[in-house]
Design a protein around this ligand. Structure first.
Ligand code: AMP
Length: 476
């Protein structure tokens, strides 16, 4: 069983806010449905009836948590919602969001995507001053700071609170009469503004706008705080300007390919990266196959550029969760087999290029290579459409500890041997930005480079699990 301390660093999430729509909760539900890939552990919606906030949160998938009678109870013209992704932590309802509190300023709900790097330190100070915490989520720190503020207006309280924390946040707040959306000054996690008739909506990704039948208005800017109320839309930039550091891993893996993230379509970015990968790592082969679904656009780009036929050599069972959900290594191995199946008819006697978006521990690739060989392939060439993952993320993407990241401690040749491929090649750090066409690289790529845009308070690093050395284990 994991301790509370271990439960903190798993805050990949999706958020939504709706203001000025008679079916606000229903729209929030649609958005959460479209954002399911950003979090599958828990989900919640809080609506404002005008005189009170109404909340429903549950564990599991959006479709299982919200039924028509529950949505009907979430009355009001404004709502916020949240999907939470926790992969190793305990599945505890108290950490499900939106968090709802009653404080001197009234009722307030908050939903957060990201991770605050100094939440521990701020929390200790707050506790020393008498604050009592209900959850172990870093988001609650912000609530306490809001409650402590002496300002009258909610916007002032929110900006005062956010000025005291550091890290990644795309947040939505709901009071009885206002919706506030805020994005941290570096803009790590995405957040966009849309419109459905006269209503305003904010969502993590544009695929949610599509399901809500909303039009895309614009990205909420890094450092922007947006207040949506009876007065309309008011935009503030209360924090000092800093360089922007949008998360490049949203493009590599996390966001849905049909979303427009950071003003680019994810699918097109992945395809461009696949083309670049082919230019950098060409090999003579008979077919290119993606690891579905994450490797699909990159494999298409690779096949186009290399002039090698594209085939779906691996078929995915869509009713299995993401591999990372399984908590132990032994189950993970099993998980790959449950999730993917190779097609011998396509592979027999063929030289196969397999394209995946990233290689983290290497256990998935190892299983896939074995599966393709068992299906009769004569050669297996693994191509990874990002550089080696060498450092954990502190800004809201769940990654294993450094010890578990095979790229952190092993050469490409060692990893190739571990996964059993004939060749293994990654996209270069330069190549990762091929899609930018020379515009500035204002991205966070700490997972691939170890260059962290915001230093992490000592002691707040992700928990250290048991030491995991894949290559040694394989050799045994
Ligand atoms: P691994 O077996 O640890 O090398 O896992 C690599 C696979 O996990 C790749 O197919 C990726 O698509 C996927 N992946 C990479 N990062 C994440 C993440 N943060 N959460 C869930 N899956 C991931």
């Amino acid at each position: 069983m994991l301790t509370e301390d271990q439960d903190r660093f798993h805050e990949e999430c999706g958020v939504v806010g709706v203001y000025g729509h008679p079916e606000a909760a229903n729209l929030a539900y649609l958005a959460l449905y479209a954002l399911q890939h950003r979090g599958q552990e828990s989900s919640g919606i809080v609506s404002s009836r005008g005189d009170a906030l109404i909340s429903h949160r549950g564990l599991g998938l959006v479709a299982d948590i919200f039924k028509p009678d529950i949505i009907a109870r979430l009355v009001g013209t404004a709502a916020i919602g949240h999907n939470r992704y926790a992969t190793h932590g305990e599945t505890i309802l108290k950490n499900a969001q939106p968090l709802v509190v009653e404080y001197a300023g009234g009722a307030l709900a908050v939903a957060h995507n990201g991770n605050l790097v100094d939440a521990d330190v701020v929390r200790e100070q707050l506790e020393a001053n008498g604050s009592i915490f209900q959850s172990n989520s870093d988001t609650e720190v912000v609530i306490h700071l809001i409650a402590q503020s002496r300002s009258e207006r909610l916007i002032d309280r929110v900006t005062a609170a956010l000025a005291q924390v550091r890290g990644a946040y795309s947040m939505v707040f709901l009071s009885k009469d206002e919706l506030i959306a805020a994005r941290d000054p570096m803009g790590f996690r995405p957040l966009v503004l849309g419109q459905v008739k006269d209503a305003w909506v904010v969502v993590s990704e544009t695929c949610a706008l599509d399901l809500m039948n909303a039009t895309y208005v614009r990205e909420i800017e890094p450092g922007e705080v947006l207040v949506i109320s009876e007065r309309g839309l008011e935009s503030f930039h209360p924090f000092p300007e800093t360089p922007h550091r949008r998360c490049v891993f949203e493009y590599v893996y996390f966001a849905r390919p049909d979303s427009r993230v950071f003003d680019r379509t994810v699918y097109q970015v992945r395809r461009a990266l696949g083309r670049q990968l082919a230019r950098e790592t060409h090999v003579e082969a008979d077919l290119v196959t993606p690891v579905p679904d994450s490797g699909v656009p990159a494999a298409l780009g690779y096949a186009e550029e290399a002039g090698i036929p594209y085939q779906l050599g691996l078929i995915r069972n869509h009713y299995v969760g993401r591999t990372f959900i399984e908590p132990t290594d032994s189950i993970r191995h099993f998980g790959v087999r449950v999730k993917l199946n190779a097609m011998p008819e396509l592979m027999q006697g063929k030289r196969v290029v397999v394209v995946d978006d990233s290689l983290v521990r290497g256990t998935t690739s190892r299983k896939i290579v074995a599966m393709i060989r068992a299906a009769g392939a004569s050669e297996v060439h693994m191509r990874i459409c990002s550089p080696p993952t060498i450092s954990p993320c502190y800004y809201g993407i769940d990654t294993p500890t450094r010890e578990e990241l095979v790229g952190a401690s092993h050469s490409v040749e060692e990893i190739r041997r571990f996964i059993g491929a004939d060749t293994l090649a990654y996209l270069s750090e330069e190549g990762l930005y091929a899609f930018l066409n020379g515009s500035p690289r204002d991205f966070c790529d700490a997972c691939f480079t170890g260059r962290y845009p915001i230093e992490v308070t000592p002691g707040s690093e992700p928990r250290q699990l048991h030491l995991f050395n894949a290559i040694e284990r394989a050799a045994r």
